[in-house]
Design a protein around this ligand. Sequence first.
Ligand SMILES: NC(=O)c1ccc[n+]([C@@H]2O[C@H](COP(=O)([O-])OP(=O)(O)OC[C@H]3O[C@@H](n4cnc5c(N)ncnc54)[C@H](OP(=O)(O)O)[C@@H]3O)[C@@H](O)[C@H]2O)c1
Length: 321
Amino acid sequence: MKVTLIAAIGANNELGKNNQLLWHLPNDLKRFKQITTGHCIIMGRKTFDSLGRALPNRTTIVITRNKLMAVENVVFVEDLKQALLTARKLNEVHCFVIGGAQIYSQALAYADSLDITHVHDSFEADVFFPSIDLKVFQQIKNEVFQKDETNKFNYTISSYEKIHKKVPALFLDRDGVLNKEIGGYITNLEDFEINVAIIPFLKKKQEDGFKLIVITNQGAIDKGLLTHEQLLEINNKMKLAYAESGLFFDEIYYCPHHNEVSVCLCRKPKSLMLQKAIARFNININESMMIGDHERDRFCAEGAGILGIIIPSNEVEVLYS
Ligand SMILES: NC(=O)c1ccc[n+]([C@@H]2O[C@H](COP(=O)([O-])OP(=O)(O)OC[C@H]3O[C@@H](n4cnc5c(N)ncnc54)[C@H](OP(=O)(O)O)[C@@H]3O)[C@@H](O)[C@H]2O)c1
């Protein structure tokens, strides 16, 4: 089964705002219908909400954590792996992941190809397509379309195919590296401030083809001081702050456990979060490194065969020396 991510994105990877699209390009919508009809489409629950109905003549799979969802002609599944497995069980030959941002970012690792409409303008957005790593996806086709009376923007339709090659990754501890360590748990948005001095370092790594992957212990969740939703909000604040500088995290892995409360395999210094990332993104461990501000980050990295670099909390400038 072939997996293609199909999306229309702005000049800064913008996808949508307030659960709506940012432009109206009827010709591109017609093309979308033509390409996906007769195949399987996979989407997140929010994108499904924004469409408001199942699209006809397509196997429609919607990903949600809500086990109670039921709509005629729609298959609801609990995660992307289940979505892909369901499509395979239904003997689908070509599966299109149609969004939104959350689902694209999860599906990129499984994509064989990308079908991207690049809209030639910038937009205010609250969700973004993940960065397209040109070391992983090779552009094989480009077709430019000029604006007209009904299609108000110029756009280019680009096809990308995955190059089967391992990629390097920069694994990043969060607190003390990407944002200010405050000496306690960050449980509200106000306390979250990024370490801007790390931006040029990350940009260079991103330009060099490194995946940027956050590996963070969030034991405050286990202790009842933080909810998953609050953490998601804080992480979204971080993503948006870095996106302003053109930086996109390929994934944020967090361990919600704390050893005073429960036992797990993921909390650093254990390496499970890294190992998941290595398998999912086809990472070359010999070219990758992890930056943290605790010995547990180094142990975690070395447990996965990766070089660990320890910096003093918040002193990200040392990365340039
Ligand atoms: N420009 C384009 O081509 C394009 C295409 C599609 C969408 N969009 C835009 O993208 C926006 C929507 O994107 P979005 O990122 O906010 O939402 P989304 O990806 O469409 O859906 C997110 C939802 O999917 C479910 N989900 C995500 N990850 C999951 C997981 N690991 N396990 C189980 N369920 C999971 C959750 O549903 P529950 O909350 O129900 O659990 C989550 O709230 C809208 O603005 C839309 O217009 C743009």
